[in-house]
Ligand binder design. Structure first.
Ligand SMILES: Cc1cc2nc3c(=O)[nH]c(=O)nc-3n(C[C@H](O)[C@H](O)[C@H](O)COP(=O)(O)OP(=O)(O)OC[C@H]3O[C@@H](n4cnc5c(N)ncnc54)[C@H](O)[C@@H]3O)c2cc1C
Length: 372
């Protein structure tokens, strides 16, 4: 179990130590917690971030590195489910978040675009409907009739998307948050959010920390994803992130020539509804077989790992106060789509804590929708 991204050297960070109670305690030092900490500290609040591991060692350092705009559902499905204006606003909001990430990321984010592929004719019809809905609503997308890799049946090119080195990005966010005055306490497990002695608590644990807040236990389901990475290849096969089969399979070639592949969760989908962070022979074998097909040779694997993300019933995150829990807030449940959403929702929950509730996303993501 050696997540490739976490081998990157962590940047220097100022050591901040705060005595006594703080305005906001944040549980989780992934992209969500670090983004929230940065926004709150810059606004002048006292902030302490607690993580049972080190910065970015949860899903934020174990994912596929796809920086995608939008929500976890297809655009046409989102439009039908939450409404046209709401879906378009959500997509544009994440595009703005990606632009903001670009400004902070340095070389940890490359705006390459991404390619969503159809694995068969049925999926071609589905993504064609998505493409048409996007065009109708003025959202940038290009149709690719015959993707270069001949096994696929059409694709959508999403020009706004990118590839992120997620651990590098999040560690940089943490360093900025610390420079703005946030204390980051690593290897510090929170057992009881009410004992943190803060005016507000933000729970930013996504798929980890299941059960920490009882009210969320049935709303954010821990789900496992598995990834493999090959030894560097001497040729460029993929110049941008690719994904297919409704996002069940995703791969990209990294700047050093390695190919990263994740997914195949549907091979044993019930077994993957777990927070046990370990790889399994069944899924690893499926990944290796498909990687061999992608690169045209027996793959030599250098890295393999598992990570946990939080899935919700409607594939939308939960951001806002936890009903019935006073000043306990949550931002999580990105349903496997948290690199950009996590960054955006960290800032969103911070704004809400600061009293700015004007964003329409706060209505869409309100945890109260599950408490009727
Ligand atoms: C295999 C895999 C592939 C993925 N691929 C992509 C992708 O390509 N693109 C994309 O957009 N999204 C992807 N995701 C999803 C994305 O990684 C997550 O949604 C995102 O990283 C969530 O960030 P976070 O900060 O909310 O949570 P995390 O990064 O998971 O951080 C939560 C933190 O909370 C800490 N914590 C939990 N409980 C406690 C406690 N009691 N006390 C103290 N600390 C605690 C954990 O240690 C952890 O560090 C993937 C996820 C996985 C697992």
């Amino acid at each position: 179990m050696n997540p490739y991204w976490l081998e990157d050297e962590a940047p220097q960070r100022s050591t901040v130590h705060r005595d006594g109670p703080v305005d906001v305690a944040i549980v989780g030092a992934g992209v969500t917690g670090c983004s929230a900490a940065l926004r709150l500290a810059e606004a002048g609040l006292t902030v302490r971030v607690h993580d049972q591991r080190a910065v970015a060692e949860g899903a934020s350092g174990r994912n596929g590195g796809f920086a995608l705009r939008g929500g976890a559902s297809r655009y046409d499905v989102a439009r039908e489910t939450y409404g046209r204006e709401e879906a378009a606003e959500l997509w544009h909001w994440t595009e703005r978040a990606l632009d903001e990430m670009s400004g902070l990321a340095g070389d940890s984010l490359r705006r390459t675009g991404s390619l969503r592929l159809a694995a068969d004719e049925e999926e071609r019809d589905a993504i064609r409907a998505e493409y048409e809905a996007m065009r109708e609503d003025g959202i940038a997308a290009e149709w690719v009739d015959e993707p270069a890799d001949g096994r696929f049946h059409g694709a959508i090119f999403h020009p706004e998307d990118g590839s992120v080195q997620p651990a590098r990005f999040v560690r940089r966010l943490a360093a900025r948050a610390a420079a703005a005055g946030a204390e980051i306490r690593e290897h510090d497990t929170v057992a009881d959010v009410d004992a943190l002695g803060a005016e507000h608590v933000v729970v930013a644990t996504d798929g980890y920390g299941h059960g920490l807040v009882a009210e969320l236990a049935d709303l954010i389901w821990p789900t496992r994803g598995q990834v493999i990475v090959s030894q560097p290849l001497d040729r460029v096969l993929y110049d941008k992130p690719h994904y297919a089969r409704q996002g069940f399979d995703y791969w990209q070639q990294l700047p050093d020539g390695r190919v990263l592949l994740g997914g195949f969760r549907d091979v044993s989908i019930m077994d993957e509804l777990t927070d046990v962070e370990e790889t399994t022979p069944t899924i690893q074998a499926s990944l290796e077989r498909f990687l061999g097909e992608l690169i045209g040779e027996e793959p030599e694997i250098s890295h393999r790992w598992a990570g946990i993300f939080g899935l919700t019933q409607d594939m939308l995150p939960l951001v806002g106060r936890v009903p019935g829990r006073g000043d306990v807030w949550v931002a999580g449940g990105y349903s496997g789509h948290g690199n950009v959403l996590g960054f955006a929702c960290g800032a969103l929950v911070a704004d809400a804590v600061l009293g700015d509730t004007s964003s329409p996303q706060l209505q869409l993501f309100d945890p109260a929708r599950f408490f009727v």
